[in-house]
Design a protein around this ligand. Structure first.
Ligand SMILES: [Zn+2]
Ligand SMILES: [Zn+2]
Length: 496
């Protein structure tokens, strides 16, 4: 009958039905202690299970960035409560006495949390003293409440690790001053955590192109600048006169239409001019002298290997290519008029391009994007940033000379973003608790696939979850109200 868990719940229900009124005083008091014992047992198992989840990284199943954030989102714990569970669960394998007493239901979790605190402090200075610290603390655990135990733990710490041996408070300072020729001097010392975060950021950025002549130090500078630009562009900081272009990415129009793994199905195009229906394209007024194209037809023409494809849009026939800008901040997308295999077999002039230009000045199809700094951006990154971007297209003539550039169009206008912040409140991914200032507007159907820039096609996603969707195969469906989230294996993440 039922699972082990169901039987346990049934047994507890049965206990709860006892008529306490019929109990003698001593019996009622006993019952309180018995329930507390059960509570300890449950807490102990909760902690050890969370420890197992943490070691395996099982929260990835629900698309959560960390065990702690999953506990907050899914179990509605506060940040402090969730942190205590995770810290204690992580330390328990190193605290055999406390682990054993906890599992036996003899200690509350709060006592193990004190032991975990002492473990972290001692371990940071001398891991060889961890066992001794536990040995000293444990005899007090069953006699004291957790506040008293914490005082004992502090004394043990002072005894084992004299103040002078404590790791010094992280030295931290940043000095910024303008020196000469508009150059700024940046000096300082970073705390271990911040230094590690910054290092992670640097090393997680795309590697430089082979022909990138910048030094590593120059690249780090540029990466920091990019980081700051993103923050400035988030729309959450006070701005001067609205949006500012920051990061500009040049990318082939083709790369905006096709996701790298082909996960996103192109929406069938029924009518020309679907771009106009967003309202954004119309609003820019003057595209360029060549008139307003149907963007999908241009891209189709550019990508179709069949040389007998229906007549190219007028500007293309003149040997021009079309471009378009995308970026979190704007980027630029640069398609070419021709490249090998995409024009008629007899068109020799078309074969000159690709080999020399791959990672050259103008990215070709499949090359991903190139920032103004020359950093290569993989396709997935181009798709991510183009989700919430200002866009313009650039028409190239022979020799990649820009013939004209359309005026910039904001894909998600600031007013719409404000509306999204009000509606979504923060990251819309189920159980994510990240606030709106950490989010970007994501097109559920990407705008380069005909997805509209309107509220029914936009959700706010934090950077972590934006990556899950663009890079790791999580898929979203949105009807303007309900968000359906599917794992890469197609199963649905149950909504809150
Ligand atoms: Zn997106
Ligand atoms: Zn999120």
């Amino acid at each position: 009958m039922g699972s082990k868990f169901e039987r346990a719940v049934a047994a507890l229900r049965e206990l709860a039905e006892d008529d306490l009124g019929g109990f003698p005083d001593a019996g009622q008091l006993d019952r309180v202690r018995e329930w507390q014992h059960l509570q300890h047992l449950v807490d102990a198992n909760l902690a050890t299970t969370i420890g197992a989840v943490h070691r395996r990284g099982a929260v990835g199943h629900d698309g959560a960035p960390t065990t702690k954030s999953w506990l907050q989102g899914r179990l509605k714990l506060t940040s402090t409560e969730a942190g205590k569970f995770v810290d204690t669960a992580r330390a328990l394998p190193e605290l055999p006495r406390f682990a054993e007493a906890l599992t036996a239901g003899r200690l509350p979790l709060a006592h193990a949390a004190v032991a975990a605190w002492l473990y972290r402090k001692v371990n940071a200075v001398d891991p060889g003293l961890v066992a001794r610290a536990e040995e000293m603390l444990f005899p007090h655990a069953e006699k004291l409440n957790s506040a008293e135990l914490r005082q004992v733990a502090k004394r043990i710490l002072e005894h084992l690790v004299p103040e002078k041996d404590h790791p010094p408070e992280p030295e931290r300072s940043v000095f910024l001053a303008q020196t000469y020729d508009d150059i700024w001097d940046l000096k300082g010392s970073l705390s271990p955590e911040f230094g590690a975060m910054l290092q992670t950021y640097f090393t997680s950025m795309p590697k430089p192109d082979p022909d990138d002549t910048r030094s590593a130090a120059e690249r780090r500078h540029d990466l920091m600048a990019e980081l700051v630009r993103r923050i400035l562009d988030s729309g959450e900081l006070p701005t001067n006169g609205g949006e500012q272009p920051h990061l500009t990415v040049l990318v082939h129009v083709d790369d905006l239409r096709h996701t790298p793994s082909g996960r996103t199905v192109l929406r069938s195009r029924d009518t020309a001019g679907s771009w106009d229906s967003t309202g954004d394209w119309d609003s820019t007024g003057d595209w360029d002298s060549t008139g307003d194209w149907d963007w999908d037809i241009v891209a189709d023409w550019l990508t179709d290997p069949d040389p007998d494809l229906a007549p190219a849009p007028e500007p293309m026939a003149a040997g021009a290519a079309a471009g378009m800008a995308a970026g979190n901040t704007p980027g630029t997308v640069q398609p070419r008029a021709s490249w090998p295999g995409h024009r008629g077999a007899g068109d020799d002039s078309a074969t000159d391009f690709a080999p020399t230009l791959r990672f050259g000045r103008i990215p070709g199809p499949g090359d991903g994007g190139r920032t103004d700094y020359g950093n290569h951006l993989p396709l997935a990154a181009v798709h991510r940033i183009s989700c919430d971007a200002a866009v313009n297209r650039i028409v190239l003539g022979p020799g990649d000379v820009p013939l004209s550039a359309g005026r910039r169009a904001r894909v998600v206008p600031p007013t719409m973003r404000r509306a999204l912040v009000i509606r979504d409140g923060g990251c819309r991914f189920h159980y994510c608790t990240r606030p709106a200032q950490w989010t970007q507007a994501h097109h559920v159907v990407h705008w380069s696939h005909g997805g509209l820039t309107d509220m029914s096609n936009l959700v706010l996603l934090c950077d972590f979850h934006h990556h899950r969707v663009h890079d790791e195969g999580w898929t979203l469906e949105f009807d303007g109200r309900e968000l359906t989230i599917r794992r890469p294996d197609g199963t649905t993440l149950d909504p809150p």
